[in-house]
Design a protein around this ligand. Structure first.
Ligand SMILES: Cc1cc2nc3c(=O)[nH]c(=O)nc-3n(C[C@H](O)[C@H](O)[C@H](O)COP(=O)(O)OP(=O)(O)OC[C@H]3O[C@@H](n4cnc5c(N)ncnc54)[C@H](O)[C@@H]3O)c2cc1C
Length: 432
């Protein structure tokens, strides 16, 4: 650290996407900024996002992106207005990282390497003058007469705790999913200890366990299927896209998108079911006509041969079992009520939801620091005037598609700007 440091203008806890943007923006405005990270390297989680490719944002318009966010999308309007998808792309391009847009308006680095994005953000922040201290685990915040005055951190190679004074603090400690990346929920404890309300924490964007689990189809990914969620027998939502069979149930993009509602319904003790429409492009009448044609065309065939013309191979045994037919039975047995049953299975393959993946594997944390306690214009705490929050530590989460990272970048930028303004007493209109 700089010898003259003494008191910093802004200290940021957590060098993930939110913390890096917060620290860099505050330094850009002239603040002396210290960024503490408990892991050896900054942005561990960012480096594994998007299966190592980092879906960093989405090109959808602001209002459309807000629709992907829960529980309070309007809370993010000012943060998105301050720093949005094009600002992020320009920042990265300024660091030599080109980007590309893929299906669903999702933005990735052109290199397909999340690592490039993480390194570019670290270089950008240090280029603004941010001092990054790795292996520094913040243990508690120091509050004096209702204001944040600094914090206490433990360093890996030292027994003596590090006491840091600062005019403003920003908590960007992330959620509590994927704890191996460093986000172990510390920020929630700091927030609670300083009088903030924490909304119940739940794993989200997570795989689902079902009965039956269809072990025989494990590893099969279906594209262009429709998945419908039923809670207490009532249809709640449908998602079109990919579904994957796993050892214990279902995963894949459409399952992840429904998982938030599923986790909440299960926590409330409600009956949760999923149905899979394997032929969403065909209505029941068209599907029945197709089935009758297939039966006529193969009068002497087996059930397996007929089902194979309708289904991927791993699902044939699953269907025979659910229909109560031997795979070698003649296809002619698929007449009358059996044909109706088959049609029902193709349009509504039903699963009872029995559980979901845990914190080790959830992509995001739902719940967190209550938005009631945060000013959306600044990300500042309504409880402690010079304390700010950014990123997943807040009670905000989104669908897959690059929105979660955009939340981190936008709230980080706004928190950094507001903290620098406060620390340096900068007045007036928006800053460039
Ligand atoms: C496998 C996976 C894939 C994902 N893919 C995508 C994707 O493609 N697109 C997308 O938009 N989102 C994706 N996400 C979600 C996204 O990564 C997170 O929402 C985002 O990283 C949150 O940013 P953050 O800065 O708030 O928190 P984090 O990235 O979690 O960073 C928090 C940092 O704080 C540090 N920290 C915590 N406690 C302390 C402490 N006490 N002292 C010091 N430092 C501390 C942590 O070590 C960590 O580095 C993915 C998540 C996972 C797990």
């Amino acid at each position: 650290m700089r010898p003259e440091a003494g008191a910093w203008d802004v200290v940021v806890v957590g060098a993930g996407p939110a913390g890096l943007l917060a620290a860099g923006r505050a330094a850009m405005l002239g603040a002396r900024v210290l960024l503490l990270e408990k892991m050896e390297k900054p942005a561990r989680k960012l480096r594994i996002t998007g299966k190592g490719r980092a879906n960093i944002t989405n090109m959808k318009a602001l209002e459309e992106q807000l629709r992907e966010i829960q529980p309070e999308p309007r809370f993010l309007r000012q943060a998105f207005q301050a720093f949005f998808n094009r600002d992020l792309i320009a920042l990265l391009e300024g660091q030599g990282v080109a980007t590309k847009v893929e299906r669903g308006d999702r933005v990735f680095p052109a290199s397909d390497l999340a690592w490039d994005v993480a390194d570019a953000l670290v270089a950008w922040a240090t280029g603004q003058g941010v001092e990054i201290l790795p292996h520094a685990r913040v243990e508690r915040l120091v509050i004096h007469e209702g204001l944040f005055t600094g914090l206490v951190a433990a360093r890996k190679a030292s027994r003596t705790p590090l006491e840091i004074e600062a005019r403003c603090g920003i908590l960007a400690t992330g959620g509590q999913s994927y704890p191996a990346t460093g986000s172990t929920g510390d920020g929630y404890r700091f927030a609670e200890a300083t009088g903030h309300r924490i909304e119940a924490l739940r794993p989200s964007l997570v795989r689902i366990e079902t009965r039956p689990a269809q072990v025989g189809a494990q590893g099969l990914t279906l594209k262009n299927v429709n998945l419908t969620l039923w809670i207490d027998g009532r249809k709640q939502a449908s998602e079109f896209g990919e579904a994957e069979f796993t050892a214990k149930g279902l995963a894949g993009a459409s399952v992840l998108r429904l998982s938030r509602k599923i986790v909440d319904a299960m926590a409330a003790g409600r009956k949760v079911e999923l149905t899979l429409d394997l032929k969403p492009a065909l209505d029941p009448a068209k599907l029945e006509a197709r089935l009758l044609r297939d039966l006529e065309a193969h009068p002497g065939g087996t059930c397996t041969a007929l089902l194979r013309s309708l289904l991927p191979a791993p699902l044939v045994a699953v269907f025979c079992e659910r229909l109560g037919l031997s795979p070698s039975a003649p296809a002619a047995q698929l007449q009358g009520s059996k044909r109706k049953q088959l049609l029902g299975l193709l349009k509504e393959l039903r699963f009872v939801v029995t559980g979901h993946g845990g914190w080790e594997e959830a992509i995001v944390t739902a719940g967190g620091v209550s938005l009631q306690d945060i000013d959306p214009r600044t990300m500042g705490s309504r409880k402690i005037g010079n304390l700010y929050f950014a990123g997943e530590v807040l009670d905000l989460d989104a669908n897959t598609g690059g929105y979660n990272l955009q939340i981190a970048f936008s709230t980080g930028w706004l928190a950094g700007e507001a903290a620098a303004r406060k620390a340096l007493a900068i007045q007036g209109p928006p800053l460039g």
